[in-house]
Write a protein that binds this ligand. Sequence first.
Ligand SMILES: [Zn+2]
Length: 233
Amino acid sequence: MSTARSLLGLQETDQQLAMCRRAYRQIVEELDSEGGIPDLTAARERAKVKQLELKLEAARNESEAASLGDRFKQLEERLYSGAITNVRELTAIETEHNTARRELARVDEAISPSKTAAEEAEQAYERLSGELEEREAAWALRRKELRKERSRLGAEYKKIGAGRESATEGIPGSDLETYNALLPRMNGVAVVRVDRGVCQGCRVRLPIGEISRMQNAAGLVNCSSCGRILLTE
Ligand SMILES: [Zn+2]
């Protein structure tokens, strides 16, 4: 078996290992993301704080309206009780009465929108809570799958990796070095076949002389165009 052929076999092993590594890394990344649960939890916490603030504001408006209402009623009673005969005092109470009426109208107007805002915030919080609950349930299943797949891939990687050593047997050390250096530069494809005079790595037709040189060469022959190790049929 030629060295180039042995290297092609080694390359298949290395490609399988690379595939395992990629799949493994994807799984680790997905596990790290925790199914988006941390972000959703933070969003729910923010919604909770907002809901509490708006609820508080609505309650504040209501209690303010109640005390303003009391004040308004008191002033009205005093105004029409007939007990106040001094004009200046009467005018002062009238002014205060008017101010209280305006204040009351302002606060009354704010009550309904603030209640609506608080209700909406509560709904938003409930919605996020429901979503989080669903997400957590789905993630628990997904995480289980991912962990299982992770250990399967780990075992597969180990198994393939153990066979790599025997795949290098019979390959001269310097050729192995050439291959190892070429593999990462060539995106995991360092050895390619030549099909009808065309390099299958870069699709460039090889000069006739190069093909016969390759067939008679004792060592490795690299494509003059892309530099990959060539394998003839
Ligand atoms: Zn080439």
